[in-house]
Design a binder for this molecule. Structure first.
Ligand code: THU
Length: 135
């Protein structure tokens, strides 16, 4: 799948973000190696800490449906009513990506549908602690 289409799907998923507290809306579209796309948005909570990021929503949707091999994730975000030029994933989400993805191959498509850049997970999570470290 073309990454432009993937980031468009992330922008679409962002419309479902539940953000009554931060008003910061994030959308993600996770491309599995089998070609399936799992979308996600952030879901906030009145007690704050149960909040889940868009990226983890997408990962957990996929894993909970038996899919664990991934190629790329597109992420868009910004304050309600506007899309920021760039929205990087938080550290916790990077760690979740490292659980399932090879840091040297998994790609992050960041930016907007109009202008995006592609990064490797290892670029944004150097010296990752991964399941291999527990072998
Ligand atoms: N958020 C995400 O969904 N993904 C990120 O990588 C950064 C932060 C959400 C969490 C919270 O609902 C809001 O953005 C503000 O932090």
């Amino acid at each position: 799948m073309e990454y432009k289409l993937l980031i468009e799907k992330a922008a679409e998923a962002r419309n479902f973000a539940y953000t009554p507290y931060s008003h910061f809306k994030v959308g993600a579209a996770l491309l599995a190696k089998n070609g399936k796309v799992f979308t996600g948005c952030n879901v906030e909570n009145a007690t704050y800490t149960p909040t889940v990021c868009a990226e983890r929503t997408a990962f957990f949707k996929a894993v909970s449906e038996g899919v664990k091999d991934f190629e790329a994730i597109a992420i868009v975000g910004g304050k309600e009513g506007q899309l920021a030029p760039f929205c990087a994933p938080c550290g916790v989400c990077r760690q979740v990506m490292a659980e399932f993805c090879d840091v040297s191959n998994f790609k992050l498509v960041l930016g907007t549908p109009e202008h995006f850049e592609v990064y490797l997970l290892r670029d944004v999570l150097p010296f990752a602690f991964t399941p291999k470290d527990l072998e």
